[in-house]
Design a protein around this ligand. Sequence first.
Ligand SMILES: NC(=O)c1ccc[n+]([C@@H]2O[C@H](COP(=O)([O-])OP(=O)(O)OC[C@H]3O[C@@H](n4cnc5c(N)ncnc54)[C@H](OP(=O)(O)O)[C@@H]3O)[C@@H](O)[C@H]2O)c1
Length: 322
Amino acid sequence: MRVAVTGGTGFVGSHLVPLLLEGGHELRVVGRGARSATLPAGLSPTFGDVVSGDGLEAAFEGAEVVVNLIAVIRNQGVQTFDSVNAKGTQNLVRAAQAAGVRRVVHLSAIGADPDPMFPYLFSKWQGEQWIQGSGLEWVILRSSVIFGERDGFFSLLAKAISMPAPFLVIPGDGTATFQPIAAEDVARCLLMAVEETDRTGHIYEVGGPDQMTLEEITVAVAEALGKDWFGIAKRRPLHLDPRMIRPAALVMDKLMRNPLVTPQQLDMLAKANVTARDAVKSQFGFEPKPLRPNLGYLRRPKPWPLRLLDQGTARMRPPVSP
Ligand SMILES: NC(=O)c1ccc[n+]([C@@H]2O[C@H](COP(=O)([O-])OP(=O)(O)OC[C@H]3O[C@@H](n4cnc5c(N)ncnc54)[C@H](OP(=O)(O)O)[C@@H]3O)[C@@H](O)[C@H]2O)c1
């Protein structure tokens, strides 16, 4: 099939694009072109911006299916929840209609909801409304938090854990729940949504096999990094009321390119991010991967000065007597 993947240069896109190519589909990857580095050799992005609508109709010309992976998780300049996730989806739908696209597969988030208390989830819900009202064949997947090479959430957590600090700050009591799902598994579900027409008109919630608290996820990431978590009392979790972290989150949101946490993300910890444990198996017929044994991608080689230091201390160690 001829498939246009909007947001195909992002994290989930980098896992879906190779799968679509393996499936023999003819691809056009659409975006603003800022991150073409994630694309397989020979594929380059076609310009299309959902905020202005520029380039979209031309980019969709000849496509039978559009897979939409575009979203922002924070407001930054003209890229806002409203302009990208909500109105951006409206622009995308209009362009797809004008270009004669038959089917649209849209990636949304668990918790997408008309409650404006949670602006990200509200904007994802608004986006879904445009898809459902498009008059095109549609399928919506709502995912829990996604892990894998190039992810945002788990890589940032790994960075936070790796910082030299006596404690690891966990917002709230750590009981907020998630159901982490592997990016390859989300991509497999999206591929089925593209290819299997009897899925038209369905909203599928997807999550991995384990429902985990924020604290359990933090421990899993720390263990994957080989950090001393419970040993020698070095890295203890410190639970802080989200209201205390909020000022720091506000500053990070304003000043940092990739803030560790934003105020909206702190608010969302109040909402469980889970679905049925067997959601993928029962709806897509395969077992999704668990988080813990699949976090190896977070381990980065140590910088060379530290590697040299390790070699030096190994040489200085006395031989072990039998
Ligand atoms: N990651 C998760 O844990 C998670 C969990 C649940 C749901 N989701 C959903 O999954 C989808 C994909 O997420 P992701 O993590 O892969 O996001 P991502 O890595 O941030 O990728 C977003 C993509 O959108 C494109 N984009 C951003 N603004 C655009 C604009 N104005 N016009 C055209 N393209 C634009 C970006 O490309 P350019 O910058 O080059 O334009 C990029 O390719 C999103 O809908 C998200 O809500 C993700």
